[in-house]
Design a binder for this molecule. Structure first.
Ligand SMILES: [Zn+2]
Length: 126
């Protein structure tokens, strides 16, 4: 049994709980709020933009999630910062990117404060 999964909305880790034992396979979201706030078109666009921005850079380069928000929503990007962070956490949960702070990879579920995003390095490379 898979004991760790990630919320399909906010991308944070969902820890197994005894009360979910019977329905664990069906648990997709960490909370009712996340279930109501499922990723929509703009959220998938943010994911794609993050990957696109990183693809254009050197392998160790990082971006701020705001860069994806600014690229998609030039006027209202501040309103989409949390959406961009959620998109980043979903990508990190999927192993597509890593989230860093001060140059070190951090736990995307618990990192507080400003984060940066970097491409995942292929297995076996530093
Ligand atoms: Zn969630």
């Amino acid at each position: 049994m898979e004991t760790v999964k990630h919320c399909g909305s906010c991308g944070r880790r969902i820890e197994w709980r005894r009360r979910w034992a019977a329905v664990w396979d069906e648990v997709r979201y960490c909370s009712d709020a996340c279930r109501r706030n499922k990723p929509r078109g703009k959220d998938h666009e943010l994911e794609q933009r993050i990957l696109g921005l990183l693809d254009a850079l050197a392998r160790d380069a990082t971006i701020c999630p705001s860069e994806a928000a600014r690229a998609l929503f030039p006027e209202t990007w501040r309103d989409h910062m949390e959406d961009a962070r959620r998109a980043a956490r979903r990508l990190a949960a999927a192993g597509r990117i890593v989230i860093t702070q001060q140059g070190a990879v951090v736990d995307s579920s618990t990192a507080k404060g400003p984060i940066r995003l970097r491409k995942t390095h292929p297995r076996g490379t530093p």
